[in-house]
Design a binder for this molecule. Structure first.
Ligand SMILES: *Cc1c(COP(=O)(O)O)cnc(C)c1O
Length: 460
């Protein structure tokens, strides 16, 4: 059988990274013949429960493009869900990983420790908000980081309850399914879920119209009535909600929740798995809120595409479990740590937060221009290179999930990768790699403008 991972001469180059031509270029229909062949093999081999948003198969990627096995080049506005923030196949990441895997691929930090794990911990301790003694523990996935944040909060407080918010997404493991709000597809049929997880109302300015302090008072009243601070180990919140719809809480909401947690001996956990590592225009979104979380969970963008996750926070909390209480076979894998150090170098030395703020300017300009002519764009929101539009039926706040789905599918056929999200599935989210050239981003939005125009109702 021919191998499809090495495309023929008429299709994609063999090496990714920013040197790839930064263009939207379609050579076949989408999906092309090689992608269709893989799709047929997949049906017979891969669990049908694993979905893919895009109908084409990747061959190489870099800068702001993903090139498929048929040689079609797409503008990437998704970064593999906010992971390739530094760029796909970033040369510094590739070099660091290559150097590391040539020396050793794995020893298990719990057996024979190594320096890069310690160095990543030092870097994250310095980069997270708050000038207090910190510690870090490394894992492989975001859900694992969230689980471990809950574990250390329980060990530290001697309490069991955990509060999360409406629209929250924290992962797909048993505990994090309980913490995630949305049933379909994340939880449906997968219960029973972990106990002692309680849900409080979020601040959702587009839908509740409340200012931040009022929304926080509502959440705190719910927590005090339904849980009781004395039973509560941790409050876990995404500073900007990711899968839940890129909801930015009203100003003052997060500081009020954090202050209440502090006063009540409750561990305040910022789940920055999606918002962290320069994505929102600061190294962590907590910086933009002026909050100093007791614990921060980190994953996605931290290691340029390699699986690495972390819990970073107050030394006394992370040191609370018994020795050996935290860990995992692969946690802090050396190749992932090498990738993280190269990524964090770029965050600091190439000022990636500033690049995210530049991209915010382009994204908001294009999306506000779209909202001005399209009555189905109900809200434009987000921070840095984490921006979204919420789509509604004109003149209402009624969610229009079908439109989000249609736009994402048409955009893919026209050479643009764009993702949907939201509890109602009616949010289009934009998460370009920070390495995307401005010209390509503008070109992608020209395509999106066209895609929106095809069935636009006339009057606002
Ligand atoms: C993606 C995500 C997770 C889960 O991360 P995985 O690596 O998929 O386990 C947790 N929290 C937030 C906010 C996320 O966006």
């Amino acid at each position: 059988m021919t191998t499809l991972s090495s495309p023929d001469a008429t299709s994609a180059p063999a090496v990714g990274g920013p040197a790839l031509p930064q263009e939207i270029r379609l050579r076949t229909e989408v999906p092309g013949p090689l992608s269709r062949e893989l799709a047929a093999r997949r049906v017979a081999a891969v669990s049908a429960a694993v979905g893919s948003s895009m109908p084409f198969y990747a061959a190489v990627a870099g800068g702001g493009v993903v090139v498929d096995v048929d040689g079609n080049s797409y503008a990437d506005l998704g970064s593999g869900i906010a992971v390739t923030t530094v760029g796909n196949a970033d040369p510094a990441v590739v070099a660091a990983v290559g150097e590391q895997v040539g020396r050793f691929t794995h020893t298990c930090f719990m057996i024979t420790p190594y320096d890069s794990y310690v160095a990543v911990a030092e870097r994250l301790n310095a980069l997270t908000p708050g000038d207090f003694p910190k510690r870090t523990a490394l894992f492989s996935t975001g859900a694992e980081a969230v689980e471990n944040a809950v574990k250390v909060a329980r060990a530290f407080t001697g309490r069991q309850a955990v509060v999360v918010f409406d629209h929250a997404y924290h992962g797909r493991t048993n505990l994090t399914m309980a913490m995630t709000a949305k049933n379909m597809p994340y939880k449906n049929g997968f219960g029973p879920f972990a106990p002692e997880v309680y849900r409080a109302p979020l601040s959702y300015p587009f839908r509740d119209g409340l200012d931040g302090p009022t929304a926080a008072a509502r959440a705190i009243a719910t927590i005090e009535k339904q849980v009781g601070a004395a039973n509560l180990a941790a409050v876990v919140v995404e500073p900007v909600q990711g899968e839940g719809g890129f909801i930015v809480p009203a100003p003052g909401f997060l500081p009020a929740i954090a202050a209440w947690a502090r006063e009540n001996g409750v561990v305040f956990v910022a789940d920055e798995v999606q918002t962290g590592i320069a994505r929102t225009g600061a190294v962590f979104a907590s910086h933009l809120e002026g909050i100093e979380p007791d614990l921060v969970t980190i994953a996605k963008g931290v290691a340029g595409g390699l699986p690495l996750a972390a819990v970073t926070g107050r030394a006394e909390i992370l040191d609370a479990p018994v020795v050996g209480g935290l860990g995992g076979t692969y946690g802090g894998n050396p190749a992932a740590c090498a990738a993280a150090l190269a990524t964090l170098d770029a965050v600091e030395h190439e000022d990636l937060p500033a690049r995210a703020r530049q991209l915010e300017g382009v994204l908001l300009r294009r999306l506000h221009a779209l909202a001005a002519v399209d009555p189905r764009v109900g809200d434009v929101r987000g921070r840095g290179a984490m921006v979204a539009v919420e789509l509604v039926r004109p003149g209402t706040t009624e969610p229009d999930a079908a439109l989000a789905k249609r736009v994402a599918a048409d955009a893919a056929r026209r050479g643009v990768i764009v993702l949907t999200c939201g509890t109602d599935g009616n949010v289009l989210r934009f998460l370009p790699p920070l390495s995307i050239p401005d010209a390509l981003l503008e070109e992608a939005f020209d395509v999106l403008d066209d895609v929106f125009a095809t069935d636009r109702p006339t009057a606002r």
